[in-house]
Design a protein around this ligand. Sequence first.
Ligand code: SER
Length: 884
Amino acid sequence: MKNTINEIRQKFLQFFQKKGHTILPSSSLIPKNDSTLLFTNAGMNQFKDFFLDPKKKKYSRVVTSQRCLRTGGKHNDLENVGYTERHHTFFEMLGNFSFNDYFKKEAIIYAWELLTSKKWFNINKNKLWISVYKDDEETYKIWLNIIKLSPDHIIKIGDKNNCKYNSENFWQMGETGPCGPCTEIFYNYDIKKNNNFSQFLENKNENFIEIWNIVFIEYNRISSTKIIPLKYKSIDTGMGLERIASVLQNVNSNYKIDIFKKLIKQISCFSKITNLNNISLKIISDHIRSCIFLIYENISPSNEHRGYILRRIIRRMLIHAYKIGIKKNFFYKIVPNLIEHITEDFNFLKGTEQTIKEILQIEETQFSETLEKGLRILNIEIQKAPNQEISGKTIFYLYDTFGFPSDLALDICREKKIKVDLNSYYLEKEKQKKQSKIGNKFYNNGNNIININDTCNFEGYKKNTIKSLIKYIYIETKLVSLISEGEKGIIFLDKTCFYPESGGQIGDIGELYFKKSRFIVENTKKYGNTIGHIGKVITGAFEVNNFLYAKIDKLYRNQIQINHSATHLLHSALRKVLGDIVTQKGSSITNTRLRFDFSYPNIINLSKLQKVENIINAEIYKNHLIKIQYCSLEEAKKQKAMALFENKYDSIVRVVSIKNFSIELCGGTHTNRTGNIGLFKIIAQSSVSSGIKRIEALTQSKALQFLHNQENEIENISKILKTKSISFKDKINKLILQIKYLEDQIHIFQTKENQYQIKKIISNIENIKGVKLLINVFNNYNYNSLKLIIDQLKKDFQNIIIIFINKNNNYFNIITGITKNLTNYLTALEIIKIFIKHTNGKGGGKNEIAESISSNVINLSKILKIIKSWIHLKLNNIKDKIHE
Ligand code: SER
């Protein structure tokens, strides 16, 4: 393909290098020492000080391709991504900069030459249109008189709302910082309809796209009302690399250019979508790039600051994956392929792939639990919906409580032909805005602060619904007598069927209701000896001393019970296979999985884990009754019941037994028969701390789903290897042999090539006072071979200084070798240090051999001259004869 994104980037940099600009690397996505910006949002960010303070400027002309992220603050494109053909969260911005050097005229002439000259981008002049700031007569005249553009291709743009400098043609970095009027260059895809540029400016014509913004930095905004002129004038330009690529590749959409085409195709293969124009495909392809670059910058998903933005991007990407049928664990399968494509263009990302995969996978697992919880509640609401309509409050509640995305909820309602009263949604949202801050604090600390000296009878072993009396209500940490519609709080009852989070088992969810009043319970916890139902009033109100019905989410509870009983089986099976050394150290049991921590010093090998699984599944097939009985602690000990004996037990204990296979003291809830567990599968083993192992496992359909995923993975591998799984081993062994053979071949060719190179370059050897100096520049040469060549030359010549430069795509390796007899006078490390100083590179080494790497070698010939003079100086100072 012509004009690939890599070629365009290169051409841009070269063009401005020819015009006397220094090529500098992109700065990090996290702005250094600049608290006004969350992320680098423009090429000029890294030069902010050069614009503001003449003393700080290190260059006069610079050119870069800058990695940018526009997801917050003054420049936020997140919501547009996918819905337009041009917006991205992450993108590269090409820019040339002048600091008190050239100004308007040259900046415009350069831009025009690059865009229209046959030698460079060769764009038809008639397709280009210009906007200028209304008061900037000088720029207008440059376009008209110097570039000789027809006046109907230039439009003046004024201020919005009569507010000075509030204009599309006045660029500002953020709330404060360098700024100035700008002129923008637009490309018109629709050459026939020439006169609709003003329609475009009113958002009515999509054929025009802005490709280049040339900003005349003349001011510094120091507050929202104050702008001061700068001491000198500068140029800041920005051209979105993906946009100009869409023009030069003539595809009229950033999402059709080379890099995105690859990504979108890959994603679509995993989805049920065949139309590559699909919005979700675009969003995923955009967002995955942002995720990769943010994780590369050491940002991890969290609930605040940059981590929050990353989390939002990941979640948005997952929602869209969900929308196009890539659900749950399937999604992580796409990621490695996408990472591979992206790292092809950005070499420096290599080595981060594993971290990126792991972080995305953890986020995915967490968020899919949220999605599942939300979907369950939404489905219940939909089933109950009178007249096929549900309240917007429910949709908001799902978002507010579980983070369940409202647009997804609305989509589901639309699909099921359920109407949603959006008015109540927006009203609720407004109300919540006011309450939110206090609410969050309350949920974090509530159960430490609330202190109730009372008890609550737990009757949930047998009952799913119960009539109870409201004894206390807390809003935040305040005791109240009434809780009304829209309020979050904790309700305490005289008795309940809700199991409070304890013994590793999570708290129940469900609802409290009476007549038309409903309170959704999103968690249940112990508060001293009583039990708090945490949630929110959806309709009506609840008052202390009134009755209500408490009803758990039965399906949710069933799944927890199944996982709890499976945990008991696991405990016993582990002791049977690994011995009595296994004692329980902790557990976590939810509706989706179980986790068991236990003491065991060694790694448990696969065959032992499989033995554990076999034993457990055999007990499942026997479909034992799970028996609960109460007895004295003494009696339980006699029965050899297992327990966490560090815990304090009452004199009467609850014993859960599964035939003679497992007998445990336990307060948790269990399924009736082992057969309900269906299937048990261990999915991970890890070490929690020294001597403590952790096993994670799945049951029922989740276990089956896990096996299906494995099966799909095997199928994918067999497609890649083009063989059935039974022959994997043979095929891989064959491939390894082939690789070995090819490596040997390469070695033979490389050795020949090295000999050829040696013959070729020795003619360049110079003689300085009896010492030989060989400098040679290679292109993409095998690095190890360079070292071998140096070794051989040192042997052949014994009195030699060798300097090899190896130019790679984005960086330079410099390697220097010196024969030992010379190291009394000068060393390889000294030479490398000169390189490092002049290239901002990294490196090191010893007296006889040293190396460095740099991504920023400008004026190589100048640096080589410096090195040569230094060597001359060193050698000329030598008085004695150098001994070979
Ligand atoms: N700073 C300007 C922009 O981002 C030009 O580089 O549009």
